[in-house]
Design a binder for this molecule. Structure first.
Ligand SMILES: [Cu+2]
Length: 137
């Protein structure tokens, strides 16, 4: 009976690991059209590969679908690890407009390897729209 229990426990452990494998078709594009098509959002980490465990900055570029830079957008960032059930370990925020549709996103931090999502809520001259990016660290 003890052996059977052990076998069940190890099967569950293996199943748990398999479930944490990220989807094979994960779209890792750094430039995406927002859900309602109002904006094209492009993200770029200040250093690539993305550092683990240290605070760093990104830039976020907001453009209209026809390529015009979007100024004075209100951008809110959220995210986390879908398979771990936790959010971002820091509270990143867009701190300033850099010109030409570019915004500084500061306070980014990732604490472990795996699949992360970054969700942006953008409010600009064309209305409100959202976009989600997948990251593999
Ligand atoms: Cu995690």
């Amino acid at each position: 009976l003890a052996l059977a229990g052990l076998a069940v426990a190890s099967t569950l452990a293996v199943a748990g690991c398999v479930m944490r494998t990220p989807p094979a078709d994960l779209d890792l594009a750094r430039s995406r059209s927002a859900e309602a098509g109002r904006y094209v959002v492009t993200v770029a980490p200040a250093s690539d590969p993305i550092p683990l465990g240290s605070m760093h900055a990104w830039t976020v570029e907001i453009r209209t679908p026809d390529g015009q830079p979007v100024e004075a957008a209100k951008i809110v960032v959220d995210g986390g690890m879908p398979q771990h059930g936790h959010g971002l370990p820091s509270q990143p925020a867009v701190t300033r407009y850099l010109g030409d549709g570019l915004y500084a996103l500061e306070g980014m931090k990732f604490t472990m390897p795996g699949w992360w999502v970054l969700e942006f809520d953008v409010e600009g001259k064309s209305g409100r729209d959202g976009v989600t990016f997948n990251l593999m660290l």
